[in-house]
Design a protein around this ligand. Structure first.
Ligand code: GAL
Length: 664
């Protein structure tokens, strides 16, 4: 992108046209270089079916261009206009009980609806035809947060589309019956016509059906995106396309979508009331960057201050908006944008903060926005640089969909929470991570972490085994490698695809009662909770054992030297300190060092490397000033208490919420 872009959602339709001159002036003052425009403009640009009123929108683009502001142009399809659903009520989505979702909000469309897609593509074609060569156009922003409010529709249109999708996937109804194990509970199907979406059932639905429905629903959303993308590509083959994802959003698999996006875009709303908010953000940023194979990505939305959709909406205390924006840049973002430019007086988001607040520009928020915009404008050399983590965590949306269903040994398994727990010790230690899907090439990593990957194909098991044989280090946690892609259990002792590399067999799961803790004995201290299991060693050595309960004396954590590498296994959920101790040992064996040794608590350190050099980012998420001693003197690029014009510095004093970027 050539620079670190700065800006936000621009919704000029909320205001009389005269306001725009001031908008543009203020954008320039604030260093705004990019806006995404038109996201919810459908009803205004197409007030009647096929009748367009684009004049006002064209003037907006012209004015932005005149001010040198690039536009990531939205395709306007996230909120269908009232005429569409009035004329075609079948476009409206239905929940699993058959209850219809009505217009009056947004995203009130069934993703499988051909009527919705046809109207959306018609609008997008019109947009691309009109503005495809507009000089302000930088990229296309397709839809908006797919699946935020309509992740799953269970209507008859969806049912028919699901049957088509199943037919394509399985070919014959016999193959479907086998995949879904429909001999169980008399579910055998004679034709595809007999199959329904997993609407509300008297008791547990077929788990493979639920899993396939999650796959289908994600795919239906993706097909909406692709229908628009195809129209855009036909008319503007060289203009990049993207869509903004929500963080760790269960219905939408970011890895599947990434293949169809030219740049990854994420919306992340840090919660000032959550002391761990920056850790959750770090994980989501790493997922986003990894989905794009490491290329620079866009933070497409964040709040300048408070949001309006939590139960209690804290403003961002002074300095945190800057810190959390720099955090995205430190983790690979080349664009930092907000929702939204100017706070509206009406509508459902009137109490959401904006870059220009209700109180105007003589405000803390605008001053902080302006300062950050100027700061980011001064560091174009950072753009394009990439990080190169040596650790990968595996995440798999299909496994997530299969894991969190009823009828399992425990209802307490929560994939996102487990992923965070495995990510946290690396973040705390200053070790950068990628978060990749299981089919990624793992050869560039020294260490691969596999948290609770319930669904695992035999091929993935074989690849992980090979990874260790060739010298890689592997850390696997409980209830991993249990079922295949159709959610059928791998027989012969759990986790069958990994038994050889882990050197063990799990004979029986022993999930723990609520609040139950089992003390650990051996070389890890603390106690496991949530889960335990009966492990038989088959070559692995015991690192820690259960010190109480029915499994007292049996292994809880193991280590197996295999080929040229080592495979570790945790058969219980470890508390934070024990997890940290385990990860430190695993890392030491794998030769994975933090970005800087001896980082003070609360300091995040990352490296981005590119054509313009190698840059070290230091961010202080802690409450007090911290001194970071550098391994060698480095010139400063930007940040607090440093002068880029002065010579190299040997250490930095980072105030709370401070940031520094150095040339490493
Ligand atoms: C996002 C959405 C934006 C705006 C924002 C408010 O989910 O994409 O349009 O609603 O939330 O935080």
């Amino acid at each position: 992108m050539g620079r670190i872009h700065f800006g936000g959602d621009y919704n000029p339709e909320h205001w009389p046209e005269e306001v725009r001159a001031e908008d543009i002036r203020l954008m320039q003052e604030a260093g705004v270089s990019m806006v995404t425009a038109g996201i919810f403009s459908w009803a205004l640009v197409e007030p009647r079916p096929g009748a367009y009123d684009f004049d006002w929108f064209g003037r907006v683009l012209d004015d932005l261009h005149g001010a040198g502001i690039r536009v990531c142009l939205a395709t306007m399809t996230a909120s269908p206009p009232p005429w569409l659903t009035e004329q075609h009520p079948e476009v409206l989505p239905q929940d699993a009980d058959g209850v219809r979702r009505w217009p009056g909000s947004r995203q009130h469309f069934c993703p499988s609806s051909p009527v919705y897609r046809e109207h959306a593509v018609r609008l997008v074609t019109e947009l691309a035809t009109r503005y495809g060569t507009h000089p302000a156009l930088e990229s296309w922003h397709i839809g908006n947060e797919y699946g935020c409010s309509n992740p799953r529709c269970y209507c008859d249109v969806s049912a028919a589309d699901f049957r088509r999708w199943l037919h394509e996937r399985y070919g014959t109804v016999e193959a479907l019956n086998t995949a879904w194990a429909t001999t169980f509970w008399s579910q055998r199907y004679g034709t595809f016509e007999e199959v329904f979406p997993p609407r509300t059932t008297p008791t547990f639905p077929n788990p493979a059906q639920v899993l396939d429905y999650a796959r289908f629903c994600d795919d239906a959303l993706l097909q909406c995106y692709l229908a628009e993308k195809e129209a855009l590509r036909r008319i503007t083959p060289d203009v990049p396309v993207t869509t903004n994802h929500m963080p760790l959003h269960k219905p939408v698999d970011p890895y599947a979508w990434a293949a169809h996006e030219d740049v990854q875009a994420l919306d992340f709303y840090q919660d000032p009331y959550d002391p761990e908010t920056h850790v959750g953000a770090a994980l989501a940023f790493d997922v986003t960057r990894s989905a794009g194979g490491g290329r620079p990505w866009m933070l497409m939305e964040q709040a300048p201050s408070a949001v309006n959709w939590r139960a209690r909406n804290s403003p961002k205390p002074p300095g945190t908006m800057r810190l959390w924006s720099w955090q995205a840049v430190a983790q690979g973002a080349d664009a930092v944008l907000y929702f939204q430019w100017r706070a509206t007086p009406g509508g459902a988001e009137k109490f959401h903060s904006a870059m220009v607040p209700h109180a105007g520009t003589d405000t803390r928020i605008f001053r902080e926005v302006r300062a950050l915009g100027r700061e980011l404008a001064a560091v174009p050399q950072l753009a394009g640089a990439r990080s190169r983590p040596e650790v990968a965590l595996l995440a798999d949306w299909h496994s997530w969909w299969a894991l969190e269903q009823g009828s399992h040994p425990s209802a307490d398994l929560d994939f996102a929470e487990t992923l965070r727990r495995h990510y946290r010790p690396f973040f705390d230690a200053g070790v950068e991570c990628d978060v990749v899907p299981p089919d990624r090439d793992l050869s560039a990593y020294r260490l691969v972490v596999v948290p609770n990957l319930y669904l695992m194909s035999t091929e993935t098991g074989a690849r992980l085994t090979e990874f260790v044989r060739a010298g890689g280090h592997l850390l696997v946690s409980y209830f991993t490698g249990i079922s295949d892609d159709c959610d059928r259990v791998h027989l012969g002792g759990y986790p069958a695809p990994l038994r050889e590399v882990l050197g063990l067999r799990v004979e029986e799961f022993w999930p723990l009662a609520e609040g139950q803790h089992l003390p650990l004995t051996g070389t890890l201290t603390g106690s496991g909770d949530l889960w335990s299991e009966a492990i038989d060693l088959e070559g692995a050595e015991e690192v820690a054992a259960f010190g109480a309960g029915e499994l007292a004396g049996r292994p809880a954590v193991t280590r197996h030297a295999y080929g040229d590498g080592v495979a570790w296994y945790a058969g219980t959920r470890l508390p934070v300190a024990a997890m940290r101790a385990l990860v430190d040992r695993v890392r030491a064996g794998a030769g994975v060092a933090p970005v800087l040794p001896g980082l003070p608590a609360g300091i995040q350190a990352t490296v981005r490397e590119g054509a313009e050099g190698r840059f070290l980012f230091l961010l202080n998420h802690g409450a007090g000033t911290a001194t970071v001693t550098l391994p060698e003197p480095m010139p400063a690029v930007a940040g607090d208490g440093v002068d880029p014009a002065a010579g190299p510095v040997a250490s930095v004093d980072l105030p709370a919420r401070g940031i520094v970027v150095l040339r490493a």
